[in-house]
Design a binder for this molecule. Structure first.
Ligand code: C2E
Ligand code: CA
Ligand code: CA
Length: 712
């Protein structure tokens, strides 16, 4: 440890000399000064650890010097050297701030001890001061106020930080512990007051949180902890407490909770919170023998909105829909609401993308749920304004009742989801209650999907061909390629069954490529055999059309086989054409530029917008067989069909009627100017060999009753 510096201010040279000698032997560094002026200067310069100060100095008395040194060094030990038993100077020495006195003549050995002792005491004092400052700092940083309350006198001693927390004036706040009550939030006042009274009357320690309003600092949340100390007699001695401002902590916890439990975009509950609430509601329903309903809401074709209007617009749509669902719930299920500050019901959740859920509690009968669901559907269907164009959204809703349709969270969610898919199958913008057969349907679909994936390699798929006829000449002008699946156990499975499954599972991409290659290969083989050239029309699903490999695949297939693009027709539905207009135009143009013939399938059933017909480079319209079927009996269908034919003629498009079954239908179409037909009247879709024979025979297809009779 560094040597301690002792400053001796005394005009007696002998004393100075002795001090230098003896105190140095005691391990001190000694500095001497023989006048008050020199002494003050040395005190400032050398910063001694202790000062020995003679009362009598030539230039100034020692008391004044003591005062001056003390003024700038409040903790520096100063020992005044006084005359023996000179009581007056001893008192005066203390009054001017001396730490101690020592009588002259000096007993040097004793002085050494005294200096050691005082230095040690001063060090302890310094440490104590340091700890106190540190404590005060720590309390300030932690927003932690401390207090002692003497309830007998209702007097409270509070730390500085306590006053700071309350924004209270130390001089003005009454000593009573109850003085802070007016600042406590009205809703918490009774509770806080009661805790104080219990502590005072029944020596009850407490711990509680409450809100206060602090001047200039708004509402704060405090945590207060109090411990009652009693005397041996059992009487309350005093109560010690700490009060902490935990506003930031509470805010942070709120933020964390909101990140963990709420959906950022809509402010609705997220999947996590939804599951916890559902669990809770299910258990409650089981316990109290009541019923709850889980609604699974999926927006119809939301992806299209996102794709065409952009994601920011999609986000606005989701927010709007979220709010609408929320307000439908607010109006009707008041009993079970737990509102957050922003008036969002936790019963409504967004699980991700365009999926929402609602938990309805205390449902007496399914009709109650149905009523609310209908209200939600209606609210969603209202046009959404402010996005540059009016946006219309619809939803499909599945409903599962708990505990009847599932007594655990997993099952109930799965079943509501199944019901939602059933609602979509029913034609969207509608709802569907879960029923037990849905599970079987799904299992069956699942099994079919699995089998379908193996169908190509196990050679169960086959292309059928259905001729397109010129009714005036009876000549086959082309054929539509239609897929057939011979399932080893189930027999013939209709494309109406397996194409949607392939579309849902994404397998349609592989399937489409396979059909394209097969059709082109067969066409190539026919030409190699010298048979008449027939363009083959293949059907493309949306996933095929939008796949980035579409153009390269077609190009490569045609080049590999040296097949002319004229031999390929692509049939597309109106739905595909309407998705992403810009990209669709580009793909269509590319196909057109390659020389491929483009046909719109099932025309009249989709969005039939005249404007798109003009913008797309199309070659052909196929009148949907639904219209053709009824042209004889239904004047509407007759009118629509006639209009489509007229439209096609105006736009210089070829028009094909499909599903022609009777000569009356063929007559009607012919008279209106339809020059291509396809249907059972002429031929059903048939296997390759049969179609080859038909081609080679060069039969006039107008006499095709024979073919019509053959049933495949
Ligand atoms: P589509 O493209 O509208 O095909 C016409 C459907 O009408 C065919 O049913 C055909 O057999 C049937 N049909 C033809 N003439 C008549 C008739 O006179 N009366 C009646 N009632 N029906 C007639 P199919 O072969 O069962 O195909 C059903 C649907 O499956 C097709 O409808 C098409 O959308 C889809 N499909 C078939 N093959 C493929 C394929 O390779 N790829 C894709 N993506 N879809 C396919
Ligand atoms: Ca077709
Ligand atoms: Ca069709």
């Amino acid at each position: 440890m560094a040597q301690k510096k002792v400053l001796l201010i005394d005009d007696d040279k002998v004393i100075c000399e002795i001090a230098l000698q003896l105190l140095s032997e005691e391990g001190f560094t000694v500095i001497t000064a023989q006048t008050a002026a020199l002494g003050l200067q040395a005190a400032a310069e050398h910063k001694p650890d202790l000062v020995l100060l003679d009362v009598v100095l030539p230039d100034l008395n020692g008391y004044s010097v003591c005062q001056q040194i003390r003024a700038s060094a409040p903790h520096l030990p100063i020992i005044m050297l006084t005359g023996l038993d000179d009581n007056e100077s001893i008192v005066q020495a203390y009054e001017c701030g001396a730490t101690d006195f020592f009588a002259k003549p000096i007993k040097w050995k004793l002085l050494g001890y005294r200096i050691h002792y005082i230095l040690r005491a001063s060090r302890t004092l310094e440490q104590l001061t340091h700890s106190e400052t540190a404590l005060a700092n720590a309390q300030r940083l932690a927003h932690l106020g401390s207090w002692e309350w003497y309830p007998q006198e209702d007097r409270t001693e509070r730390s500085d930080e306590y006053y700071r927390i309350y924004g209270a004036d130390k001089a003005l706040l009454p000593a009573s512990m109850f003085a802070i009550l007016p600042q406590v939030h009205v809703e918490d006042q009774v509770r806080v007051k009661k805790a104080l009274e219990q502590a005072k009357k029944h020596a009850q320690s407490y711990q509680q949180e409450f809100r206060i309003s602090a001047p200039h600092n708004g509402m704060r949340v405090l945590h207060e902890q109090a411990r009652v100390f009693t005397k041996p007699t059992g009487e309350i001695d005093y109560i010690e407490g700490i009060t902490q401002d935990i506003t930031e902590l509470v805010d942070a916890q709120k933020r964390i909770r909101s990140l963990a439990y709420y959906d950022n975009l809509t402010g609705l509950a997220n999947r996590q919170l939804f599951r916890e609430l559902l669990q809770h509601e299910l258990q409650r329903a089981l316990r109290q023998n009541t019923q709850c309903a889980l609604l699974f809401i999926d927006l119809d074709r939301f992806k299209r909105i996102n794709d065409t209007l952009g994601q920011p617009a999609g986000d606005i749509v989701l927010q709007t829909i979220g709010n609408r669902i929320n307000s439908c719930i607010r109006g009707c299920d008041v009993a079970a609401l737990h509102y957050e500050d922003d008036q969002k019901s936790e019963q409504v959740a967004r699980l991700g993308s365009d999926e929402f859920t609602v938990i309805l509690t205390d449902i007496d009968q399914p009709e109650d749920a149905a009523q609310i669901v209908q209200r939600i559907l209606d609210a969603i269907a209202q046009p959404i304004e402010g996005l540059g164009q009016e946006v219309l959204v619809s939803a499909s809703i599945g409903i599962a009742l708990g505990p009847q349709d599932g007594s655990d969270v997993e099952t109930l969610i799965k079943n509501a989801d199944l019901a939602m898919y059933a609602a979509k199958d029913k034609g969207r913008n509608t709802y569907q209650f879960f029923d037990k057969t849905m599970n079987d349907v799904v299992l069956d679909k699942f099994a079919l999907e699995n089998d379908l994936r193996k169908a190509i390699e196990q050679d169960q798929l086959e292309l059928y061909f259905q001729p397109k006829i010129n009714p005036l000449t009876g000549i086959i002008v082309g054929a539509e390629v239609l897929l057939r699946w011979k399932h080893p156990q189930r027999g013939m499975v209709s494309p109406l069954t397996f194409i949607p499954i392939a579309e849902e599972s994404g397998f349609i991409v592989e399937l489409g490529t396979w059909v394209l290659q097969q059709a082109c290969q067969i066409n190539h083989d026919w030409q190699a055999q010298g048979m008449p050239i027939v363009p083959l029309a293949i059907n493309l699903s949306a996933a095929n059309f939008n796949h980035p490999n579409l153009l390269p695949d077609i190009k490569r297939t045609l080049t590999d086989l040296s097949l002319s693009p004229n031999c390929l027709v692509i049939e597309l539905t109106e739905g595909i054409l309407m998705t992403d207009v810009q990209e669709t135009v580009e793909t269509l143009k590319a196909l057109k530029d390659m020389g491929i013939y483009l046909s719109v399938d099932d025309f009249g059933t989709g969005y039939s917008s005249l404007s798109y017909l003009k913008r797309f480079p199309l070659d052909e319209l196929k009148i949907d067989k639904g219209f053709v079927q009824d042209i004889i009996n239904d004047p509407n269908d007759a009118a629509i069909t006639a209009a489509i034919i007229g439209l096609a003629q105006n736009l210089k498009l070829n028009v094909v009627a499909e599903g022609v079954e009777t000569t009356e239908q063929a007559d009607f179409l012919l008279r209106r100017g339809c020059n291509t037909m396809q249907g059972y009247l002429f031929a059903k879709p048939m296997p390759r060999r049969d179609f080859e024979q038909l081609l080679q025979a060069g039969i006039d297809m107008r006499d095709m009753q024979a073919v019509f009779m053959v049933d495949y």
